[in-house]
Design a protein around this ligand. Structure first.
Ligand code: 5GP
Ligand code: MG
Ligand code: MG
Length: 180
């Protein structure tokens, strides 16, 4: 599997160091507020798992699954709820954890949904930000790393459902796409 990677963009060590920092910042800001942390499936799963272990105050976690891409590499602009939250967000301090913000379509939909449901506050934390891909006005409150406008995989991010289990962020060799 690793021989299908052309280049490692962000190493496991760099990811973990940044995630440690983000966890400490959440602890400081939300201590005593019992925030609701929403992970966006499936991509944010490794980020969610690692960052929550670095938070030293009570939190609640929940997940949402929305689709905008399907198996394609280009955003359709359409967002559909596949799995909704189990929890009500009304009056809660909500943190959305995302793997990557590209066009921003997925997140702008989620942001309006959470606001509409009456959250007390909302913070967007994304591991990766691809500002060049944006087609809506959306700036995350926290972005772990800025990445170039290239298709990245690993650490939750897939290509045709593969590569989510890589411990780093990388770029695939071009022949991997040709073979599919
Ligand atoms: P957006 O709606 O901001 O365009 O992107 C939404 C989702 O598309 C992300 O949460 C992620 O699942 C997927 N996505 C965007 N850019 C990339 C990328 O470079 N690589 C992979 N594997 N998925 C991406
Ligand atoms: Mg995602
Ligand atoms: Mg995907």
């Amino acid at each position: 599997m690793h021989d299908e990677i052309e280049k490692v963009l962000i190493s496991e060590e760099e990811l973990q160091a940044k995630i440690h920092e983000i966890g400490q910042d959440i602890t400081k800001e939300y201590d005593g507020r019992f925030p609701l942390i929403i992970g966006v499936l499936k991509g944010a799963l490794p980020f969610m798992a690692d960052v929550t272990k670095r938070i030293d105050t009570h939190i609640e976690i929940d997940f949402m699954d929305v689709s905008s891409y399907g198996n394609s590499m280009v955003s359709s602009g359409e967002v559909k709820i596949i799995k909704d939250l189990d929890t009500t967000v009304e009056g809660r301090d909500v943190i959305i954890l995302e793997d990557i913000i590209d066009s921003g379509n997925t997140l702008s939909y989620l942001v309006s949904l959470i606001k509409h449901r009456g959250a007390n506050s909302l913070k967007i934390i994304t591991l990766l930000d691809k500002p060049d891909g944006r087609n809506v006005d959306l700036i995350p409150d926290v972005a772990g790393f800025t990445v170039p406008d290239e298709f990245v995989v690993g650490y939750g991010l897939d290509y045709a459902e593969k590569y989510r289990n890589l411990p780093y962020i990388g770029i695939l060799k071009p022949e991997v796409y040709k073979g599919s």
